[in-house]
Design a protein around this ligand. Sequence first.
Ligand SMILES: Nc1ncnc2c1ncn2[C@@H]1O[C@H](COP(=O)(O)OP(=O)(O)O)[C@@H](O)[C@H]1O
Ligand SMILES: [Mg+2]
Length: 275
Amino acid sequence: MSASSEKTGAVPPLLHMAGIHKTFGSVAALRGLEVSIQAGELVTVVGPSGCGKSTLFNIVAGLDEPDPGGILRFEDRSCHASELLGRVSFMPQRDLLLPWRTVIDNAILAIEIEGTPRAEARAQALRMLPEFGLSGFENQYPHQLSGGMRQRVALMRTFLFKRDLMLLDEPFGALDALTRTLMQRWLLDVWQKHRRTILFITHDVDEALFLGDRVLVMTARPGAVKLVQPVDLPRPRRPELLTDPEFIRLKRVLLEAIEEESMKSFQAADVRPAG
Ligand SMILES: Nc1ncnc2c1ncn2[C@@H]1O[C@H](COP(=O)(O)OP(=O)(O)O)[C@@H](O)[C@H]1O
Ligand SMILES: [Mg+2]
């Protein structure tokens, strides 16, 4: 159940969290969460809705403090969550494109806030456009784009803000199945080229397996890590992988774990009628 990082020996994890609790008033969102991420890994996170996935990301992004007492280490040094602010790039669950900014100006938002002069930031973003499938769209506004394109703009913003750890919170959750598949393959290409460490939340088990080096399954709320599943499937990952016997075996393991937790959260859910 505990992270496999201890086995890797010499190389300390990029991120290590243990005994992380988070309560919101009377709601326990996380209880005793433990996570270790090695540099260069793509780790996916699945779990029942409301189990604390976004809360975990907010803590890692430095936007929220866990309750006192947990262990939080980044780049092999103990730190407070607040010290992670600006050290991690974060794509929140909603894409948060500003409707009055063009594609290019949305893409540069984070590095512009950070102090990169606008002309230089735009030049950097322009070079990245083709790779994100956005060539020729730099002066469009978000409402003129398809859902997949909007997500690529938000991802481009996250990639431009170069940090050792990238957090992606259900980036493809709102896309149709075909677009989602294309975006997954595209993300793997971009990831392999840029060599980033990625923590990726999804509620789609196929997506978690297709992308991940490891899959973390979270328990029902209060969230902890129920299972860390290594995914020893070859890369580059091809679409045919989804029907590979090993893929299907792993999928069954994950689905069983998730279902067990979903049942718990369903039984514990507040099912009283409103009003
Ligand atoms: N800022 C907050 N204030 C109060 N409760 C919160 C806050 N953020 C999250 N929660 C609660 O914590 C639990 C976990 O939420 P969240 O992390 O968003 O779950 P997930 O992303 O896994 O769906 C939920 O019960 C949610 O209502
Ligand atoms: Mg969430």
